[in-house]
Design a protein around this ligand. Sequence first.
Ligand SMILES: NC(=O)c1ccc[n+]([C@@H]2O[C@H](COP(=O)([O-])OP(=O)(O)OC[C@H]3O[C@@H](n4cnc5c(N)ncnc54)[C@H](OP(=O)(O)O)[C@@H]3O)[C@@H](O)[C@H]2O)c1
Length: 344
Amino acid sequence: MRAIVIPKNGPPSVFEERDMPDRRLAPKDLRISVEAAGVNFADLMGRVGLYPDAPPCPYAPGYEVAGVVTEAGDQVGAELAVGTRVMATTRFWGYADSVRCPEHWAVPLPDDVDFVTGAAVPVNYLTAYLALVHCGAAREGERVLVHGGAGGVGLAVLDLARPLGVDLYATAGSDEKCARLEALGVMKAFNYREVDYAEAARKHLRGGGFQVILDPLGPESFQKGLDLLEPLGRIVCYGFSSLVTGPKRKLWHAVTSVLKAHKVNPITLMNQNKGVHGLNLAQLFTQRALHRRAMGEMGRLLSAGQIQPTIDTTFPMTARGASDAHTYLHERRNFGKVVLARAP
Ligand SMILES: NC(=O)c1ccc[n+]([C@@H]2O[C@H](COP(=O)([O-])OP(=O)(O)OC[C@H]3O[C@@H](n4cnc5c(N)ncnc54)[C@H](OP(=O)(O)O)[C@@H]3O)[C@@H](O)[C@H]2O)c1
């Protein structure tokens, strides 16, 4: 296979195209010819060298793809037969012309959904769904705050929050992003570069707080989030974006940030009636039944037109395209999902 690899950790310019050996298929595996691959923040963390689960270099990043099944192990069901258009999660190696994955990571892509849209769904929507519905258990009428509201996960949360009838609030890094979020239905978006969002939220809510906070940022926002929770409120931690300060790793900053991570005291949680939940999607990929069910649900919502990912930009599936996509995300320019797509 031809892959877009990270030969060594470094800035976005490190990407190289290389021929890499094809992996052998197990009886329940598929090989997918990749038409589009989603770009995720974790890919940036892996590239700079701040993602402990990443394989040794050289490897290709990529947690999700859309494409066509070109090979299927002999225990793969008929619904994923050779020739089926699919979307799938992958564990690395999505930035390539083909990728192998177990069958329970893939679902058929509806006929009227293009590959770029398909590649934008798995990671952002599974994360948003599990964070909002399962871990956060958000209910109608509750106030939910999502950080990174204009990112891929943030906009997926907005998409899923609408039918639940929750009141969504968000933070984002510019007035323009905040205005766009509010135009899409966010009750109030706070530009964290201009205001202390915690103070602004308290003021806006006349002293009230949130029932659910979705936090992918890190220790500082976690502490603020705990303070902003209403009694019986839940905070869901699913990221550590604050570790990444730019296109290169700053090890000292990373180490001190990790050391600052708040130690949760169960007695305090008990006395304040607050809950903390962690979520790491990649660590759930091995939970076959859970992952299959959640992917099936995303497939159904997509078929029914109930989820519509916001695609910000599509870059070509080349080393240069991957480099430009990563630079774009480091510069925080995206409003929605960034995807790499094979030239037609
Ligand atoms: N645990 C899991 O299973 C899981 C799964 C998926 C994603 N995540 C996490 O969820 C977060 C969002 O992911 P995503 O895919 O939605 O992100 P994304 O689409 O790549 O969006 C990135 C956005 O995050 C904001 N941001 C905050 N801190 C940043 C930083 N240090 N460097 C660059 N951008 C930063 C920026 O927007 P603003 O400045 O406008 O806010 C930026 O536009 C990440 O922390 C990611 O690791 C976790």
